[in-house]
Write a protein that binds this ligand. Structure first.
Ligand SMILES: [Zn+2]
Length: 63
């Protein structure tokens, strides 16, 4: 019973820490967002963390 309790505590603590660090829901890395300005002042949200994860994925697939 006590073991079950501590397990729940650890999960809750980890969740709180991840929330503070803002984990990306897409790539599960540390969230990193940048605003890219396109033509005519149009801005686009780009997830740098996902792009990094994608490029890492591509390089590992090539290797
Ligand atoms: Zn991401």
């Amino acid at each position: 019973m006590a073991g079950k309790m501590s397990k729940t505590n650890v999960a809750a603590r980890r969740q709180a820490r991840e929330g503070a660090k803002k984990t990306c829901p897409e790539c599960h890395n540390e969230l990193e967002v940048a605003m890219v300005v396109e033509g005519r002042g149009k801005t686009t949200m780009v997830r740098l963390c996902c792009e990094r994860a994608a490029s890492a994925d591509a390089s590992s697939a090539t290797a």
